[in-house]
Design a protein around this ligand. Sequence first.
Ligand SMILES: *Cc1c(COP(=O)(O)O)cnc(C)c1O
Length: 456
Amino acid sequence: MTQTKIVLSERDIPTHWYNINADLPAAGVDLPPVLHPGTGQPVGPADLAPLFPMALIMQEVSTERYIEIPDEVRDIYTLWRPTPLYRAHRWEQALDTPARIYYKYEGVSPAGSHKPNTAVPQAYYNKQEGVTRITTETGAGQWGSALSFACQMFGIECKVYMVRISYDQKPYRKLLMQTWGASVVPSPSNETNAGRQILAKDPDSSGSLGIAISEAVEEAVSRDDTRYSLGSVLNHVLLHQTVIGQEVIKQLELIDADWPDVVVACTGGGSNFGGFAFPFVRENIVNGKQTRVVAVEPAAAPSLTRGVYAYDFGDTAQMTPLVKMHTLGHDFVPAPIHAGGLRYHGMAAQVSALKEAGLIEAKNVQQRAIFDAAMSFTRAEGILPAPEAAHAILGALDEALACKESGETKTIVFNLSGHGHFDLASYDAYLQGNLVDYEYPTELVQQSLANLPKVG
Ligand SMILES: *Cc1c(COP(=O)(O)O)cnc(C)c1O
């Protein structure tokens, strides 16, 4: 019998995070500076201090290749790490492909996704610097629950601005956050200027991540005891997620697997993709490996494939620093019929720069195909994927079917970023035949892009 589940011991949890900034120069990739929204000048640590603890600011700008993971953080990681790597024997058979498919499963964390990998160190560094409250935003509720859990571990108060449409449609994630002690308010809310301005224009606003970020940031900068926390996009977030890819490499080595021909992950803000794929990108840059690295995003929010590579705000109210990234425009509001998550308007600067340099590939996919792929996977492997993770499943499926066509025995590894136990309403829509494909209209992309800040 060939092995199905490749498990490491707690001793194998990585001791360091991998910082790809150290290897970008060798690849000729330039990461443009983050700019101050008022002055247009590069931001310094002092500019970011009202938002983040200094340890995280230093990680954000670090070029050190490996950054040590504090013992307290590794200790909490042992609650679910190392996560298993599976060989998808049954799915390979169902697809009748000669490819070898592996998936890393991050759904075993308390919150059910990869997000606690960064929520825990973020709460830890805040605690170290005496912060007693953290604000954040959440869309579908995955990030909000991860941070609520992490704050609970360190006795920090957690306030979550939850995108209105999810607050109404996904009550169970809200309850999970409350169970871990967080307070959750629907966004836009009346608690901030940013929220009140949006409500004045549109009392029925369904909200967006960009709006919720504005609210959380506004509250953090207006209170001394409070900092803000972001669940994706930023360098330090992707850094923390690199425990995923480092473990995958150890797991593949443990069973003498062939080096992957292709690795696949979904991209919202880029954190599970970066954490899973950057250790492989490093092998490509430094050790001459030739793994194809594929990012998969929704056709309804296609920042990496249809956005422009330009400086933009991270939020709708234009309060955050300007980041050069692939963006659909900071006033992007996703269509309510889109069920698959991954709704953020921008992409992590590191992921954007790698895409621009041709070191990674990206494609966008339609939601019915995503759920078809999720069904094919769960009926063979049993795990019910988060709709976000199903984008990666579809990416892997396409690669496996190409192998079937060509007869090649490629090694495909993808990141299964979370389970879908809280996403059954989306599965219901799919099973009832109510899910329609939706491509973000070109006119709307152009409208949003016309409002990009003018820089330099
Ligand atoms: C939040 C989330 C994502 C998307 O966020 P990234 O920062 O792009 O990783 C993907 N999968 C799951 C399960 C998530 O919860």
